[in-house]
Each structure stands twice: as structure tokens, then as C-alpha cells.
Design a protein around this ligand. Structure first.
Ligand code: 0L1
Ligand code: MG
Length: 257
């Protein structure tokens, strides 16, 4: 087995079994390029697809300063979203499926046209069917949620689950929508979509560029998660998690053991 294949199997198994692994670069001592890390990610997700999941979109990460500061990583990254990561709005998630999950508030795009390459914000917007409030459940497979850029890229950028709220036509100004992430009715994070690169559309523009580099165009019907607008919060059993976004509504789920 090549190094890439064997590490892809390791991160895929860690995600499947919800067990933590040591970091690749610090724990394993080997250094990887960013390109090799994305190749590990691609290979690990191919294993997941072989088990029956299908690709439903892309997640962008580290698109806000709050997230970069929280995790100590200062480059944007992306991951592949698959059908087995979908959490129903109002549904529940079991902690047993995860190592040490966290949740973060996001805005999500639903695409109506293919999008790839160097596009302008207007071209990106013309490919958007709808926007919705959303939350991402991230779950690093690494011990203590600690990683370098290449570690986290190889681990599908900590992608584990996502929940989308009511869809809204993209004819509103979504550049600076206030948002509140609450646990059992108590606010835990307050922010704005403006924290995402100054305007979340910039995240979609970057997603199109990353899609071109990976030679995997963003497809009609796919979703693109724009990235966490605030720091993420750890999930514990018995928590009702809700995120309300100004003008476009709310999205929620509950956490069970
Ligand atoms: O949306 C985000 O910025 C998530 C980045 C994923 C990496 C992580 O924080 O574990
Ligand atoms: Mg995220």
C-alpha cells in the first residue's frame, strides 16, 4: 500500500469507527505537502463512496478570522460533503457517531448551475438557486482536536455532518446577516455572515477555484457550506442546538448520547 493509500484508510477508519488517531505530521513525524493531503482526502472519500454514500457538495473552512484563531490555522481549506453527513433540520444526532464533535454556524448555498474556475462574484451568484441558515458538525479525528493544515485537509477538513434550514431565494442582501447560536435557549455564539471573508459570496468564489484545482466542478443540486462564522462549540448530550439567522430563519437539532 502506498503511503497515501494507507493514511487514507487510517483517516477513513477513524471516521467510521469514531476513534481518535495521532496527528500525521506531529505524531507520525512525516511531512506532507498540501497536494498530498488533498490526495489522501480524495482517496479516503472514495472509500466512503464505495460503501454507498454519494457526493452532495463542498464545505469551505477557515473562511473567518474567528475560526482561524480558534484552531491556529491560517489558510482556507475545503472538504467533500457526502450524503451520509446530512442531518435533518429538527432531527437528532448521536454522540456515539463522533469522537469529540463541535458545531458552528454557517450559511449554505444551493447551486442550480455548474460552477468551476476563476469566476466573479456575480457569476457565482448567478449559479445560486437558494441560500439557507446552516450548521456544520465538525469532528476532527485527531487526538485533542489538534492538527496542522495538512493534517486537517487529509481528514476531510473535519467534516462530519451538516444541517440546513429553510431555503430562501438569493435575492436578499446576505452580506451581513446577524446570527445567534444557542444551546438550550442560551446564546453561545453571536456573529454575522460578514465574518465570512467580508461577504459569504467570496467563499463560493474560492470554492469554484478549489473545484477547478481538484478537477471536480461544483454540480447543480450540490450545496456549498461557506465556513464557520464564529468559533465552534463542543456538543454534549441533552443539548438542543439552534441557530437563528436574521431574515432567513432558524435551523436546529438535538444531541443524544
Ligand atoms: O468552517 C470552518 O471554518 C471549519 C474548518 C474545519 C476545520 C476545523 O475547525 O476542524
Ligand atoms: Mg465549517
Amino acid at each position: 500500500m502506498t503511503d497515501i493509500e494507507s493514511f487514507a484508510v487510517t483517516v477513513d477508519e477513524a471516521a467510521r469507527r469514531a476513534t481518535a488517531i495521532p496527528q500525521r505530521t506531529l505524531g507520525g513525524g512525516a511531512s506532507l505537502t498540501v497536494e498530498e493531503a488533498y490526495e489522501i482526502q480524495r482517496t479516503a472519500i472514495a472509500h466512503r463512496l464505495k460503501r454507498g454514500a454519494h457526493r452532495v457538495g463542498m464545505k469551505m473552512g477557515f473562511t473567518s478570522r474567528a475560526k482561524m484563531v480558534q484552531m491556529g490555522v491560517h489558510d482556507m481549506l475545503w472538504g467533500r460533503l457526502t450524503s451520509d453527513m446530512v442531518v435533518e433540520d429538527g432531527g437528532s444526532v448521536s454522540l456515539a457517531k463522533y469522537v469529540h464533535p463541535r458545531v458552528e454556524p454557517e450559511i449554505v448555498f444551493l447551486l442550480k448551475k455548474e460552477l468551476v474556475g476563476n469566476v466573479t462574484p456575480i457569476q457565482a451568484l448567478s449559479a445560486v438557486e437558494a441560500v439557507a441558515p446552516a450548521m456544520e458538525i465538525i469532528d476532527s479525528r485527531y487526538d485533542n482536536f489538534k492538527f496542522t493544515l495538512v493534517d486537517v485537509v487529509a481528514d476531510n477538513s473535519s467534516s462530519s455532518g451538516f444541517v440546513t434550514g429553510p431555503w430562501h431565494k438569493p435575492d436578499i442582501d446576505f452580506s451581513n446577516l446577524g446570527l445567534v447560536l444557542s444551546f438550550n435557549g442560551q446564546p453561545r455564539q453571536i456573529g454575522s455572515t460578514a465574518a465570512i471573508l467580508g461577504h459569504p459570496l467570496r467563499s463560493l468564489v474560492s470554492a469554484a477555484r478549489f473545484a477547478a484545482e481538484a478537477q471536480e466542478p461544483l454540480k447543480p443540486g450540490w450545496v456549498v457550506m461557506a465556513g464557520g462564522a464564529t468559533a465552534a462549540e463542543a456538543l454534549t448530550a441533552g443539548t438542543h442546538v439552534e441557530m437563528e439567522m436574521q431574515s432567513i430563519g432558524r435551523v436546529a437539532f438535538s444531541v443524544v448520547p
